[in-house]
Design a protein. Structure first.
Length: 114
């Protein structure tokens, strides 16, 4: 068993042009998300794994995000085990919002963390 610490970063330190992989469910995504993020709900992750690996190959490190960091930690761990460069965003969207980082919605309504 590999118990090395999971690579992680605080929300304020995520580069503006980073590949953010959002693994929250659709209703959470619709409430508010990082502009340009790749949305692959954890429930669809295995089925859409190719889409994720393609994005990582194209754009580099995946910064994995959920609401508070639990689901994203699992996905980050999986990606790292598969040999991909992935980093968990500590505190997830709540920390992102708390750090004053921008969020958007698909319909132009005010973004919030569900």
């Amino acid at each position: 068993m590999n118990f090395s610490p999971l690579p992680s970063v605080d929300a304020a330190s995520v580069p503006a042009d980073a590949l953010v992989l959002d693994v929250r469910e659709d209703n959470e995504w619709e409430a508010g998300h990082v502009e340009g993020a790749l949305h692959v709900p954890m429930s669809d992750f295995v089925a859409r794994f190719g889409e994720v690996t393609e994005a990582v190959a194209e754009r580099g490190t995946a910064y994995v995000m959920c609401r508070v960091g639990g689901r994203s930690a699992q996905v980050t761990q999986y990606l790292v085990q598969q040999g991909f460069d992935a980093v968990n965003i500590d505190g997830g969207m709540l920390a992102w919002d708390g750090a004053g980082r921008p969020m958007v919605t698909g319909n132009g309504s005010p973004a919030f963390v569900l």
